[in-house]
Design a protein around this ligand. Sequence first.
Ligand code: 6CS
Length: 317
Amino acid sequence: ETWGFALEEIEGSVQYEYGAKFAELIKQKTGGAVEVKLYPYGQLGGLTDIYDQVQSGAVQFAFGSGFLGGTVPESQLFSLNFVLTDDEKTNTEILNAPEFRKNDDLVASYRDRGLQPLAIVPEGWQVWSANKAVRSPADFDGMAIRTMDNRLLRETYSAYGADPTTMEYGELFSGMQLGQLDGNIQPVFAHQEMDFYKVQDYLIFANQAQFIATFMANSDWYDGLTEERKDIIDDAVVELVPWIHEVQTRLNTERLDIITENSDIELVYLTPEEREVFRERSLPVRDVFAEMVGERGTRLMNTLIEQVEAASAGKEA
Ligand code: 6CS
């Protein structure tokens, strides 16, 4: 038996590493009865084609991130800036605790669209790239920055003073090279493996948000699995939470070294005061989210905010 797993990223990426380890665990736990076949980005078309294929059951699993907003509007929750803590490990734990990962509102939002969410996978901080140093909203003025295709990101970057532009992942390199785009937003590993850093002069670390993807299955297919198989998948997903956190932090660190060794790109780290200006600008976008998704999605956002507050209080105590 073979299960197909569509990735939004190429070989060597965080999603690929996750997929490869998931395949290994599934093979082991099913005694070799199940092979998981990975389809890296590009093999099944563009990003939204991936979501169509998991919805139709052409593949059993997929990752969905920023472009998933058109399919599962509530998933734009993971595009909100300055909602999670400043600690990546804590965020990974909050998002994958049963209280959130198995939250009724979260699960229902995906299941309404034929999808079963299985895990929430942070892949590293979203880092800006540009041809100038950006430290304030004034620096973003007139900048065509590429965002993934969802309204929440467009509203966020408009609030930051930029001109958000959407473009498919695979077209970004030439978009920047040809000057159609002035800036981009990616985790470090992606700036490196997609060669984006070669056509940009600055990497700007604002720690405004992490890149977060949902690992999901076709819900009809999932419902038809035996309890034993569902447990096998759940066990693998739980094992992968700390594992992928280690992998993504290591990959992002190593890739930053590759970038700095192979280019003259300048690294800019925002000060707490500079970050605060963007944080304040991001707050009204929470209301945009609430208005877009209605009661259920708003309740989910509030649940997440409460869990973040509880985790932060716990750390301080
Ligand atoms: O920017 C994008 O479109 C893509 N970036 C990453 C790091 N993963 C998938 C996503 O679609």
